[in-house]
Design a protein around this ligand. Structure first.
Ligand code: ADP
Ligand code: F6P
Length: 321
């Protein structure tokens, strides 16, 4: 029987992580299960850096962005020595099971813990990039999209006033989801994402017929292979008289209080993870698919997440030439 769960947040922080922590501890409390926080992702597991968690305290931080547990990108966890220290921490503290909140990298680590060390693990998708299979949405994505959309709206105000072209870079290490959602919802003229190869050709065609009589907004995902510098160069090559500005939104997209959608997702998935552990499930990520909570094996989750066909179609209707 599970008596003690360890929980950590790993990789890039994402709004909704604190809500998920609260949901896990609150659910565990109903089954008299103790929950211990592991600080700074896998680094805390290696260094035995633990804090006890209680639902009343977490209730006052569940609405905040970031992660109160802190997070890290921990290279040492990829080494034999680092992993052995992690196992020692788990054994020493009599932790029966782990909940890992993070992205695909974090779940590769969790896969190692479950498959080679037989430690019971459930994952919760926490990344603004929305780049995991096994869930339609990841914690933080909705908040990041709303932030990016509001920033693009503001840029449009000044772009319209000057009839300027703006190239705006949004986050997404290998994923165009933030670009697609924030670009479509802010009426962008062009959206460039890593999953689609022809969009730069459409942009070049569209910019040929642009005559400085209104704003022109280009949203580029950070992971797009063309990159914003080359996009700007191509625009200038087509028309040197264009009044062009480049804005990189950067890490402000990762902060802020989670939206109600992200909080609801965190509450549902946090609670599901505890129930899954009680039912002796392991090696799986909790997610939401077609509005239903579900569990998917880590190996399926970390496969490259394709962008939905419907989304690509919308981009070509609204931002195609
Ligand atoms: P994310 O989880 O957001 O994708 P990272 O890719 O940075 O973020 O991964 C987070 C952490 O997960 C890494 O710093 C490392 O500690 C661990 N990790 C990533 N890949 C592996 C791997 N192949 N094996 C073991 N641990 C890994
Ligand atoms: O994975 C989330 C993410 O915000 C990506 O969109 C971005 O490329 C990366 O993290 C940035 O990482 P860091 O905070 O380490 O610079």
């Amino acid at each position: 029987m599970i008596k003690h769960i360890g929980i950590l947040t790993s990789g890039g922080d994402a709004p909704g992580m604190n809500t998920a922590l609260y949901a896990v501890v609150k659910t565990a409390q109903q089954f008299n299960i103790k929950v211990t926080g592991i600080r700074k992702g896998y680094e805390g597991l290696i260094n035995n850096d633990l804090i006890s968690l209680d639902a009343t305290t977490l209730q006052s931080t569940m609405h905040l962005g970031g992660t109160i547990l802190k997070t890290a990108r921990c290279e040492a966890f990829k080494t034999e020595q680092g992993r052995q220290s992690a196992i020692n921490t788990i054994n020493k503290n009599k932790i029966d099971a782990l909940i890992i909140i993070g992205g695909d990298g974090s779940f590769k680590g969790a896969m190692w813990l479950t498959q080679l060390c037989h430690i019971q693990c459930i994952g919760i998708p926490g990344t603004i990039d929305n780049d995991l299979a096994g869930t339609d949405y990841t914690l933080g994505f909705d908040t990041a999209v709303n932030t990016s959309m509001q920033c693009i709206d503001k840029i449009r105000d000044t772009a319209e006033s000057h009839n300027r072209v703006f190239v705006i870079e949004v986050m997404g290490r290998d994923s165009g989801y933030i670009a697609a959602y924030s670009g479509l919802t802010s009426g962008a003229d062009s959206i460039l994402i890593p999953e689609s190869k022809n969009d730069i050709m459409h942009l070049v065609t569209d910019i040929k017929s642009y005559h400085n009589e209104h704003a022109f907004i280009v949203v580029v995902a950070e992971g797009d292979e063309t990159g914003t510098d080359l996009v700007c160069k191509k625009i200038k090559n087509e028309n040197p008289h264009i009044d062009l500005r480049l804005t990189k939104l950067g890490h402000l997209q990762r902060g802020g209080n989670p939206t109600s959608n992200d909080r609801m997702l965190a509450i549902g998935l946090g609670s599901l993870s505890v129930h899954a552990l009680i039912e002796y499930k392991t090696g799986m990520m909790a997610g939401i698919v077609n509005n239903k909570y579900c569990l998917t094996e880590f190996e399926h989750v970390i496969k490259k997440h394709e962008i939905a066909n419907e989304l690509e179609n919308l981009i070509s209707i609204f931002c195609g030439s």
